[in-house]
Design a protein around this ligand. Sequence first.
Ligand code: BGC
Length: 417
Amino acid sequence: MTDLSTGPFPKGFLWGAASAGHQVEGGNTDSDLWLLENVAGSIFAEPSGDACDHYHRYADDIALVASFGLNTFRTSVEWSRIEPAEGRFDREAIAHYRDVLETCHRYGIAPMVTYHHFTSPLWLLAGGGWENPRTPELFARYAEVVTAELGDLFDVACTLNEPNLPFLLGALGLGAKTPGDRRHIPMFVNAAAELGVDPAIIAPFQFSATQAGYDVKLAAHRLGRDAIKSVRHEIAVGWTLANSDIQAAPGGEQYATTLRHDINERFLEASRGDDFVGVQTYGRHAFDEDGALMKATEGVPVNQMGDEIYPQGLSSTIREAARVAGVPVYVTENGLATTDDAQRVQFLEDSVDVVADCIADGVDVRGYIVWTLLDNFEWIFGYEPKFGLVAVDRATQGRTPKPSAYRLGELARLYTS
Ligand code: BGC
């Protein structure tokens, strides 16, 4: 392990655990994904249901973050709770999130707030979701309200989480590439029938890999950022990107270069002028000359999804982000899906080493935030993948911290000057 006894990590470095509303709160019934999870033909392994009941247990969960010795909790506020009907803002939901953020402060934890983490209000989906040209202004209005109501309680804000994910999924052969494709996908057809709209306009955030999807997200980020800044200029604003280490197998160089541009670089270029960019890396993807994804080599350790465990990927993505975006970097997500926590401990140690090397090389990295606090709802995969620092028994909602949680706190103590 790198010798960090001289503490190369900058003062104020954020060490944290990340989470996202829909994946942990439970009962997010006014959201678009609630419909998609429950509709006939759903591609979700199971619905989110009551998740980890974090909506009611947040104080205990935040206390856990503090007990590990971390100083940051990245969390998200749910648009569909705050604005359950277009233009109607819900006082109770806003008060709830105020209490969440105040609880962080009571425990000496700095909250980092994501305004949009994949889920949107159902009414937004019915109106064309993330391909509707009106969505950027609707998002900006919501961002302004959130900042006016809660912005005194945090200093770092993420507008959109992983706007580039659909393009990465597209390269892996998942997701609809044109609006018309949705007319042939039962989940979209059935959701559209419930909403009384054409399936072609069902454009949820995670599944829209079209040009319109790109344009709308970019505009939403910019208008959202300006809205946040117009209320409280001192909040540092950026977006967080799904940046895989995209590599070429022999013959795949041209294809990998194109993908790297479409998935990573054009989003990083769009981050220029922001206060930071959030890097979220889970490994590498290597493509061969036919554009096919290379499978993990026989015998190498793999995560629960069958992908190679590759902490070194974070080195390339941090450096790529700093080089292309030219702004400070926070690692806003990095983690491992495994039922073997010893693997996670090793992964975290290796990843922190990677961050230390980047900092020693002069890269401006300001935080390392692990995905994720709790074993939670892993989107289409349901509850099977275990990314958490804390195990959750969903029958009793009991929490059991894993050794990796304490190891992360120890690393924070060891490596902070
Ligand atoms: C997302 C998280 C997700 C994690 C692990 C990221 O794509 O931001 O919501 O759970 O990766 O797959």
